[in-house]
Design a protein around this ligand. Structure first.
Ligand code: NDP
Length: 313
């Protein structure tokens, strides 16, 4: 097994990871980045990115992440394929073991492994991914101007996504499996008052249909009681908003996470409960989850690492 040593190990390669790599490289920390299973992160599975400042004409998710990566390499970041499968944060240098049979010893670590949107688990979600199925209204909503869309979920994210889409699409259906919304009262009120949002309570999705792209959903209302009703709802877009899962399985026993598994950071910094380990991006952010906010946190994490290493001499 190879052993590599670095002053700064960055685990994960979305906007947060690459931004911290750019800043850490420019600070002469020679960071080593382990990219993870999905180099470039969640943006690489969206289509067009139109809300990242600096791209007035928009850019594809894959292209923007390739630009982030090139910029990090330009300043000397050492970017490696692989997935960190084990960590030891109990002593310094910290240790990370990858699935490429490498042991990495690091004086400081930035965790930027992101989060993954949850899906219902229907085979049709896979079939129509990028063809009408999306887990990000802010990313893809624009393509549904004056069309019919549905959002699945009853939490704050689902309500927020439905409200966002209601200003773009002609009609928005909120598909809620329970007879009530879980979202905060204020969000519920906004949704209920919006004329072009229709909430379908006690409703579940059984599948999607369409020739080459989503044309509708097979729904069931009141499953399991004598009112059970199966019907098809014509749609152009189908958005999932049933929560995200932070990619922290590897770190759960090594670092303090909240009850949903997001890494806890201290105040306005990216410091975790382990001195010398920092967290940036969606892995530590259950609220904003935007590429630009993740990039901002990546910058903060690199500055926090630089300060930490200077203090350590
Ligand atoms: P939540 O876990 O709060 O809600 C998930 C929703 O998805 C629930 O309605 C849940 O239904 C539903 N759901 C889960 N699995 C399925 C399934 N298999 N089929 C159908 N429906 C399903 O997640 P959110 O992402 O909405 O919010 C996460 C956290 O972030 C919350 O604490 C929220 O308050 C916060 N947040 C705050 C915002 C704000 O303040 N502006 C904005 C966005 C998020 P059920 O209720 O039946 O379990």
């Amino acid at each position: 097994m190879d052993t590599l040593k670095t002053r700064c190990l960055i685990i994960g390669s979305g906007p947060a990871g690459y931004t911290s790599a750019i800043y850490a490289s420019r600070a002469n920390l020679h960071p080593l980045v382990v990219e993870g299973y999905q180099p470039g992160g969640q943006l690489t599975i969206t289509t067009e990115v139109e809300n990242f400042p600096g791209y007035p004409e928009g850019i594809t998710g894959t292209e923007i992440m390739e630009d982030f990566r090139k910029q990090a390499i330009r300043f000397g970041a050492d970017i490696r394929e692989g997935f960190v499968k084990e960590v030891d944060f109990t002593k310094r240098p910290f240790v990370a073991v990858t699935d490429q049979d490498q042991t990495i010893e690091a004086d400081a670590i930035i965790i930027s492994t992101g989060a993954s949107a949850r899906y219902l688990g229907l085979p049709d979600e896979e079939k129509y991914r990028g063809l009408g199925v999306s887990a990000c209204a802010t990313c893809d909503g624009f393509f549904y101007r004056k069309k019919k869309v549905a959002v699945v979920g009853g939490g704050d994210t689902a309500c927020e996504e439905a409200l966002y889409l209601s200003n773009i699409a002609a009609e928005v259906y909120l598909i809620v499996r329970k007879p009530f919304l879980r979202a905060s009262k204020v969000m519920q009120k906004r949704v209920m008052e919006k004329e072009n949002i229709k909430v379908l309570f006690s409703t579940e999705t059984e599948g999607l249909y369409g020739e080459g792209q989503v044309e509708g959903a097979h729904l069931v209302e009141f499953r399991g009681d004598d009112r059970e009703r199966h019907y098809d709802l014509p749609l152009d877009g189908f958005f999932l908003a049933i929560g995200h899962t932070p990619n922290t399985e590897v770190f759960r026993n090594a670092i303090e996470c909240d009850e949903q598994g997001y890494i806890k950071t201290k105040g306005a910094t990216t410091a975790t409960n382990i001195e010398g380990v920092f967290a940036a991006g969606d892995v530590a952010d259950p609220i904003y989850r935007q590429a630009i906010t993740a990039a901002g946190m990546g910058c903060k994490a690199a500055l926090d690492v630089e300060r930490f290493l200077t203090e350590q001499g």
